[in-house]
Design a protein around this ligand. Structure first.
Ligand code: HQG
Length: 298
């Protein structure tokens, strides 16, 4: 077998599927307590499928080289388990540990509405997995969001801990928790850049503010349905790259206008495949942002 090729990856994924989700697929049993499988049974079972060939040396190599240290042998090497990520009913002793102030979770923008409503739930796994840093959360979330970028939630882990929530860390360093209720996370605005959204325009280009006739809208301006801003209202967005009044617009978030002196941020949305420099964006949103101390996140 080409050890670093596609077969190798497929074999590793197959082992993960067996040990975490579906031992029945090769007719083996996993101990509920500890999540251990017998190594000889695993090897035999995999070989009997006829789809892969594996021996002890190759299994050792997969375990040793796994980029996320997904698997472990027991002390005498007769048993193997996945360190975390199970959907089958198993109990693994994990270290309970005080988390850092913030942890991160990457996911698809399509799940956001449900997550906001129900909180983060383990879904088919036994625990919700949280990442140490933003970059790892992006890599995890990308599995569900591709080809679009994932959105990243910042979890107020320190606050949860203070409120009595139990955090555990798996042997391979992944934070695990039963659930994260909605009041403990926030969407990180910079992860919205590149996302496709629909803006409902309530201030069309060329109109005046209904109550403040001195405010004129040189571009379309509205709100993104389903996204809440820091002020508890729906998220506002400027639309660039369109020079006629609109009622509704679907495009991509290209920048975030961050206000240093306000709780709110504004998103900048533009048609697919259009580009603006920071200067161009700032000029177009100046009519309103001139009253704030703003900086652009791109
Ligand atoms: C989402 C990989 C709707 C959640 C990674 C996630 C990780 C909700 C998906 C490990 C929801 C579950 C786990 C709600 C959560 N409504 N969607 N209320 N609550 N979700 O794959 O964290 O390579 O089970 O955001 O590195 O993505 O396999 O979890 O998008 O550590 O070793 O439901 O998998 O490790 O997806 O990834 P997953 P995950 P391995």
């Amino acid at each position: 077998m080409e050890k670093n090729g596609e077969d190798y990856v497929r074999l590793s994924r197959f082992i993960s599927k067996i040990l975490r989700h579906d031992p029945d697929i090769i007719g083996i049993k996993i101990e509920r307590c500890g999540a251990w499988a017998n190594v000889d049974e695993l090897i035999d079972g995999i070989n009997k499928t006829g789809r892969h060939h594996i021996d002890r040396a190759l299994l050792n190599e997969i375990v040793a080289k796994d980029s996320k240290r997904r698997y472990n042998f027991n002390s005498d090497g007769t048993k193997i388990r996945a360190n975390q990520g199970h959907s089958i009913d198993v109990v693994i002793e994990m270290e309970k540990r005080e988390p850092p102030e913030f942890l991160y979770h990457g996911t698809s923008v399509n799940f956001l509405e449900s997550i906001r409503h129900h909180g983060l739930l383990p879904r088919r796994r036994n625990f919700v997995h949280l990442s140490w840093d933003y970059e790892t959360a992006v890599a995890v979330g990308y599995r569900h969001s591709k080809p679009n970028p994932p959105v990243v939630l910042k979890i107020h882990a320190g606050r949860m801990w203070a409120d009595g929530y139990e955090f555990m860390i798996s042997e391979n360093g992944v934070w695990q928790i039963k659930r994260v209720p909605p009041q403990y996370f926030e969407l990180l605005p910079r992860s919205m850049i590149g996302q496709r959204v629909t803006v409902v325009v309530d201030r069309a280009m060329g109109t005046y503010h209904p109550e403040h006739p001195d405010i004129y809208y040189p571009i379309n301006y509205g709100y993104v349905r389903g996204f809440m801003a820091g002020d508890g209202e729906e998220q506002d967005a400027y639309i660039l790259g369109i020079d006629e009044p609109l009622e509704k617009f679907a495009g991509r978030v290209i920048a975030i206008v961050h206000r240093n002196d306000d709780v709110e941020e504004k998103w900048v949305v533009a048609p697919e495949n259009t580009e603006f420099t920071a200067d161009e964006i700032m000029k177009q949103v100046h009519f309103q942002e001139q009253y704030f101390n703003t900086e652009l996140i791109m």
